[in-house]
Design a protein around this ligand. Structure first.
Ligand SMILES: [Zn+2]
Length: 247
């Protein structure tokens, strides 16, 4: 069975959903910058503000949240992100997908993206509950945003049902799309370094070789030195299809 995969490189209006500040840059920063340079409108939705991600003792959650919001804004500016929407869920306490998907359905209907970039909820060894729940909430939101009987009250606010063409799932165990990011690699690294609270030098020194090695592997599949990988799927792939793992 063959269902065509839409071309992420042609995306014009992209919603990027990130569980915490920094996840979008780690998973897809080079591709986001590439799309923005080609004229695509990029909107971020931050599921949490990462308030529990502080690494220094004695700093309050409110202080961490403020720092991370600023860091995320700086990173977004480097990549060409037009807007950041903060969904306001609590860090480490993201609720089940049926709760997370509600504001995401409304946001999809408002922004009307052709592509949604998020993390692959079927990454088998992902231990962080925020990542598992938020990522599943995104694919559920994409599935339901086009159905008029789901959250019909959205229509009263001018938000009509909207069908997203492609989901690009990053950090995927079975990617089908490899994007060369040599021209935006520096922007990706610069954006990552904006998240100073998450990458003090001892962490950066461990993290950077890992992300570089993975980028080299993905780049080799895109005739580039560095790359990012995605599982790009359509609505059709994501319901009652047994072959999607192979897609
Ligand atoms: Zn995260």
């Amino acid at each position: 069975m063959y269902i065509p995969i839409p071309d992420l490189r042609q995306a014009q209006n992209v919603l990027v959903v990130s569980p915490h500040p920094d996840d979008a840059e780690i998973a897809a920063g080079g591709t986001i910058a590439l799309l923005a340079e080609k004229g695509a409108k990029i909107t971020y939705a931050m599921v949490t503000d990462g308030a529990k991600g502080g690494l220094e003792p004695g700093v309050s959650e409110a202080q961490v949240a403020a720092i991370r919001r600023t860091e995320q804004k700086q990173a977004g500016n480097i990549l060409g992100v037009a807007d950041i929407v903060w969904l306001g869920f609590q860090d480490t306490e993201v609720p089940q997908p049926e709760v997370v998907r509600e504001p995401l359905i409304s946001l999809i209907r408002e922004i009307r993206p052709d592509f949604v970039i998020s993390l692959d909820p079927w990454l088998p060894y992902e231990a962080h509950p925020d990542h598992r729940r938020a990522s599943m909430g995104v694919v559920e939101a994409c599935l339901f945003a086009g159905l008029p009987m789901i959250q019909p009250e959205d229509l009263e606010h001018g938000l009509a049902p909207w069908q997203v063409t492609g989901r690009a799932l990053a950090l995927s165990p079975s990617p089908n799309t490899f994007i060369g990011i040599d021209s935006t690699w520096d922007k990706k690294i610069e954006a990552l370094k904006c998240h100073k609270s998450q990458f003090p030098s001892q962490i950066w020194d461990t993290f950077y070789p890992l992300i570089l090695a993975k980028s080299r592997e993905y780049g080799s599949k895109a005739n580039a030195s560095t790359g990012e990988a995605f599982k790009v799927l359509t609505t059709t792939h994501l319901h009652v299809m047994v072959d999607t793992w192979e897609a």
